[in-house]
Design a protein around this ligand. Sequence first.
Ligand SMILES: *[C@@H]1O[C@H](CO)[C@@H](O)[C@H](O)[C@H]1NC(C)=O
Ligand SMILES: *[C@@H]1O[C@H](CO)[C@@H](O)[C@H](O)[C@H]1NC(C)=O
Ligand SMILES: *[C@@H]1O[C@H](CO)[C@@H](O)[C@H](O)[C@H]1NC(C)=O
Length: 140
Amino acid sequence: MHRALKAALALLCLAALAASTPWMTSSSSYAQNLSDIIHRIQQLNRRAQVPCNDTRVAQVAFMDRKLPEQELLCQAATVLAKVTRCKKDYEPLITSLQSLHNKMSCSLSTDNEIYLRNFLPALGNFTQALYQRIPPKAAK
Ligand SMILES: *[C@@H]1O[C@H](CO)[C@@H](O)[C@H](O)[C@H]1NC(C)=O
Ligand SMILES: *[C@@H]1O[C@H](CO)[C@@H](O)[C@H](O)[C@H]1NC(C)=O
Ligand SMILES: *[C@@H]1O[C@H](CO)[C@@H](O)[C@H](O)[C@H]1NC(C)=O
């Protein structure tokens, strides 16, 4: 009886482990990708002038908690993709942002525009907040 209970418990643990593995894998790759994005934004912001600093881009409502983060990440990628004059500077960042959202398209309002030099710090803020929201175990 005791042995059977032990075996059952072991099985249960194994099942729990198996169930949690895919989640762990995908969420640590999420953390990895996010930290890659944060690093790229920091590198751009550290330059004397961000590439195409004077370009006007659509504002993204990063502070709007009602919008899903996937939507905001998609909008950010769309905004940067429109900065064609500095395509090569932003391409790696755009690719990383796209890897984090599985949506193919998102809608973007161009009612409000800001300078790219102000957009990048806001995007940096947003991505860092996302990173801080990852449970510590998964971020490891
Ligand atoms: C992380 O990035 C890789 C390569 O771009 C991508 O294949 C993968 O789906 C991304 N993972 C997550 C969780 O976004
Ligand atoms: C934008 O960058 C250019 C040089 O790349 C610089 O001459 C200009 O002053 C910058 N504009 C602002 C508002 O920082
Ligand atoms: C970044 O976040 C801090 C703290 O929430 C805020 O004070 C600051 O204005 C933000 N900066 C940008 C560029 O959004």
